[in-house]
Design a protein around this ligand. Structure first.
Ligand code: SF4
Length: 240
């Protein structure tokens, strides 16, 4: 079990490290750490991890509501890298009961939490119970809810009294421009929806293209407040 003090020391040690060095340190300390894969940032991390490991372990959430382009992108990444990819599905009985009661578009009426809870958070919770550490592509400049994302953290949302879970965010210090410069420089595969004005891509009914000067998260759950635009995967306790 790492103490908050030890986590603070790791963050201080790597405050100016590049993402590859952070990944190297993460795999040295948690060899079973798995990458969470959905967006452009995550493929940058897979690319970097593939330079450090013979095979990379990653998982992705198949909510059943993704764009066809996103499924094609997932498969392209799966075959492009030496990747062992777990595609996580929602619990069929739980989902069937939910849809029977609330239909297929209840999130427009009463918010996305219940649907995300079944399609994303529960499968993720089952997966994270099997690992000691996971790696996400969160960046601080992605949204108001991510402005203070650290490089290393104890995952307060998914740790339990018997199981401490560490979360590593190697791209926390990177900007969107850094990510896209890397993608172009190293010819990293990306979701073709990005060429049609989509920036932050989630499920098809909850994602839309954005216009010039709009923030990237404005294309997600656009009917909700910016400060609650998280699907439960990256919830963090209030920071002092
Ligand atoms: S993003 Fe939308 S469709 Fe996808 S799980 Fe959340 S509420 Fe459901």
């Amino acid at each position: 079990m790492l103490t908050p003090h030890a986590i603070a020391a790791l963050n201080a040690e790597h405050a100016t490290s590049d993402p590859k060095a952070i990944l190297r340190a993460a795999f040295a300390q948690w060899p079973g750490a798995e990458l969470s894969f959905s967006g452009a940032e995550d493929v940058v991390l897979i690319e970097l991890a593939s330079k450090l490991l013979p095979r990379v372990n990653a998982f992705t959430l198949d909510t059943g509501r993704l764009h066809p382009e996103t499924y094609q992108f997932i498969e392209r990444v799966r075959v492009h890298y030496p990747l062992d990819l777990d595609v996580l599905s929602p619990d069929a009985a739980q989902l069937q009961a939910f849809v029977r009661e609330k239909g297929l578009f209840s999130f427009y009426e009463d918010g996305h939490e219940a649907c995300c809870g079944i399609r994303k958070v529960a499968p993720l919770r089952r997966k994270l119970a099997t690992v000691d550490a996971w790696i996400s592509g969160q960046r601080r400049d992605q949204s108001p809810t991510r402005a203070d994302v650290p490089l290393f953290e104890i995952d307060a949302a998914f740790s339990t009294p018997d199981h401490q879970l560490i979360k590593i965010n190697p791209l926390a210090n990177w900007s969107s421009a850094d990510v896209w410069n890397y993608i172009r420089l190293f010819d990293v595969p990306y979701n073709s929806l990005h060429d049609r004005g989509f920036i932050s891509i989630g499920c098809e009914p909850c994602t839309r293209a954005i216009g010039p000067n709009q923030h990237e998260r404005e294309g997600r759950w656009w009917w909700e407040e910016a400060t609650i635009k998280e699907c439960g995967l990256h919830k963090r306790p209030p920071q002092s």
